[in-house]
Design a protein around this ligand. Structure first.
Ligand code: ADP
Ligand code: MG
Length: 264
């Protein structure tokens, strides 16, 4: 008998604040997971489409995009595109996705559209990472209901904790009402600047409140990380030796260990 196909582990990369490193983390964590032979799919759920651009998907090549999958009845499989990273595919986000938030409002089961759209269409992938938009609207809600876990990038800055408690209240609500199995995979500190005392203080506070939910790996502020997207590449394929690349490789190791992979 053939082995049953294992469904993927679906992780939403979310934080309602913009510019905290969601997209950067999605792209580079996905690439690092693919580098250790995991088959990974990114679903770009942000109308800005930065994950798609950062992985070199041309704007003219996004006709079958997340919008069509969530609203338009196109199957996930038909919208999947390969990227230049072996083992990493993407469903890109096109301009239309910016209308989805409003269109969802009037749909039946509006919170469940992404979950339904994924269905068993992602079987065969080990991981699906959903790059969420910077808001706690219906798109992010759809991601939190489709996912089994949330991964939160947190920038080491003054208001970080305030935003985080609001996000975690939303996670609790989703657990209570829609998705009791939703786990917090972890919180990753991003854009850490060791010369900045505030960075240190925020990192210490976050660790005090959230203990081992916070990954040991900290992503440093690193100019190579911010340069890579303009070449349509993950930083790991732009400068593998830089501190940012190494940090994302470590993060992937921690994520896999939390998922029960013992050999990494
Ligand atoms: P979000 O998706 O949460 O809005 P991004 O991942 O797009 O955030 O990051 C915001 C900006 O910060 C981008 O210009 C990105 O290139 C830059 N950036 C993210 N992480 C780093 C880092 N570790 N070092 C330097 N720049 C970074
Ligand atoms: Mg983004």
């Amino acid at each position: 008998m053939p082995e049953p196909v294992k469904g993927p582990r679906i992780i939403a990369v979310a934080n309602q604040k913009g510019g905290v490193g969601k997209t950067t983390t999605t792209i580079n964590l996905a690439t690092a997971l693919a580098a250790v032979k995991q088959k990974v799919l990114i679903i770009d759920l942000d109308p800005q489409g930065n994950a798609s651009t950062g992985l070199g998907v041309d704007r003219n090549n996004r006709r079958l995009d997340t919008y069509r999958v969530v609203i338009g009845g196109v199957s996930l499989k038909d919208a999947v595109q390969a990227t230049s990273v072996p083992g990493l595919d993407i469903v890109p986000a096109g301009m239309d996705l910016s209308g989805a938030e409003l269109e969802l409002v009037n749909m039946e089961e509006r919170e469940h559209q992404l979950k339904k759209a994924i269905g068993d269409g992602a079987d065969g992938y080990d991981y699906v990472l959903i790059d969420c938009p910077p808001a706690l609207g219906l798109l992010t809600l759809n991601a939190l209901i489709a996912a089994q876990a949330i991964l939160v990038p947190l920038q080491c800055e003054f208001f970080a904790l305030e935003g985080l408690s609001h996000l975690l209240k939303t996670v609790e609500r989703v657990q209570n009402v829609f998705n009791p199995g939703l786990e917090i995979q972890g919180i990753v500190l991003t854009m850490y600047d060791k010369r900045n005392k505030l960075s240190d203080q925020v990192a210490a506070d976050v660790r005090e409140y959230f203990g081992d939910k916070v990954y040991k790996t900290v992503i440093p502020r690193n100019v190579r990380v911010s340069e890579a997207p303009s070449y349509g590449r993950p930083v790991l394929m732009y400068d593998m030796k830089c501190a940012g690349s190494q940090a994302y490789l470590h993060l992937a190791g921690e994520v896999l260990r939390r998922e029960g992979h013992v050999s990494v």
